[in-house]
Unconditional design. Structure first.
Ligand SMILES: [Zn+2]
Length: 431
């Protein structure tokens, strides 16, 4: 009789978690390598270099890699080509596919850094640099989540695809939107999508508010500045409209509150920000005395899912008309710049449940469900590709995005990688 007991079985999940932990130094090194490529937007520098670095890593993880240039987009130029990279897992017919997507463009470093923004410095358990939080660490987490599944020898019933894309910071039109419009990302193949934007290792972001971005133009009549009564100042008229935004519209917006858990809390209400004002003579050298015949305000109105775009548009149009009605000489026109619809994963989404369970398993406490005041590429997944089960989950403190001395804690990076790996395992399933 043989009394030798079989070797203790290590749970599949524990093997995956251990593989992520064992890859800690590699994850950090890969993040630093990405940070060292200054893929700054604008103008969209070094995109090809960054796409190729990520592409080589995806290939090593066993994905089929394709580079997708944003042909036909005006911002895709010889000097600043828009190059995206897509890695596909082995296809299994009829099985769910999960798509992990991160943007590798970063905003310009700006002033106030105490470290080199493109060195990828690691110090006292944190990795520093432009993109350390938003969101090159997120891309590293996505890649090593899949790599850990491979190293743990887990065979998946479905597949995990990874894309790294450009231009999120300027709207994502040559990035995720392009991949969705060309059918490279589509709901035909992809059931779930996770964008590892920096909401931190315990927060799952369900979606974001909408944007109605427009110019309102005041039309005046020029005259000699010493006889201003002969003209009509567009700046004075704009002043009346700005006052109406403050006294008539803002109190109304303050009464509306979203059921979506938008953070920070004041962003649960709709908001309006006057982004820019231009009017009268340009401030270049000498001025000559003229009444301003044109004044333009660029307005950024953020709206909640409980408001419809028609309602938002209607509110603005009515307010502008009422300010015109106050004075028969007054005239404004509205020119729309951009519309983004609010989006959120549906209630009861299995994607949210899987991420929540994974957060609990890794961090020992429930995930906090949040939503974002500003938009990110989720809009394109939802509106163009029709992938409604899409959320953001990734390492890095949101507060450090776009700041000097941007950084990410290495422990958070590793924990988020573990969460993504466990969630992927649950969503596409072991064989
Ligand atoms: Zn981002």
């Amino acid at each position: 009789m043989n009394h030798a007991s079989p070797p203790p079985r290590v749970r599949r999940e524990d093997r995956v978690l251990a593989e992520v932990e064992a890859a800690r130094d590699e994850i950090v090194a890969f993040t630093a390598e990405m940070i060292r490529i200054p893929s700054v937007n604008p103008p969209g520098a070094c995109y090809r270099d960054c796409a190729e670095l990520i592409g080589r890593r995806l290939q090593a993880t066993g994905l089929a890699v394709e580079y997708v240039e944003a042909e036909g987009r005006p911002e895709h130029t010889a000097e600043y080509p828009r190059v995206n990279v897509v890695g596909r897992g082995p296809a299994v017919r009829g099985r769910p596919r999960l798509h992990l997507n991160g943007h590798f463009d970063v905003v310009p470093p700006g002033e106030g850094w105490t470290v080199d923004p493109f060195s990828g410095l690691v110090r006292d358990g944190r990795i520093y640099g432009r993109g350390a939080s938003d969101m090159k660490s997120g891309i590293a987490a996505a890649v090593f989540a899949v790599e850990a599944l491979r190293r743990a020898g887990v065979e998946l019933a479905g597949a995990v695809d990874i894309s790294a894309t450009v231009d999120e910071e300027s709207g994502g039109f040559a990035g995720v939107a392009h991949l969705c419009e060309t059918g490279i990302i589509s709901s035909d193949q992809t059931r779930y999508a996770i964008i590892p934007e920096p909401f931190g290792p315990t927060r799952v972001c369900l979606g974001h508010r909408g944007v109605y971005w427009f110019d309102v133009v005041a039309h005046g009549h020029t005259a000699h500045g010493s006889m201003s009564h002969l003209g009509r100042s567009a700046i004075e008229d704009m002043g009346a409209l700005l006052e109406a935004f403050r006294t008539r519209l803002a109190p109304e917006l303050a009464t509306r509150i979203s059921a979506l858990p938008i953070v920070p809390e004041p962003s649960r209400r709709p908001s309006l920000n006057v982004n820019a004002i231009t009017g009268g003579q340009a401030d270049e050298g000498t001025q000559s005395p003229c009444v301003a015949d044109r004044c333009v305000a660029t307005v950024d109105r953020r709206f909640i899912p409980e408001e419809s775009l028609d309602e938002v548009r209607g509110d603005i149009a009515r307010l502008v008309r009422s300010v015109e009605d106050d004075d028969p000489e007054r005239r404004f026109t509205i020119e729309e710049r951009m519309v983004v619809h609010p989006t959120a994963a549906p209630p009861g989404s299995p994607l949210v449940a899987a991420l929540s369970r994974a957060v609990e398993a890794v961090r020992g406490r429930p995930a906090e469900l949040v939503a974002s005041p500003g938009t990110y590429d989720q809009k394109h997944f939802a509106r163009i590709a029709g992938i409604e089960h899409c959320v953001a989950y990734g390492p890095g403190p949101l507060e450090e995005a776009h700041q000097p001395d941007e950084s990410c804690a290495v422990d958070d990076l590793v924990a988020s990688t573990q969460v993504l790996a466990l969630a992927a395992l649950e969503l596409v399933g072991p064989v």
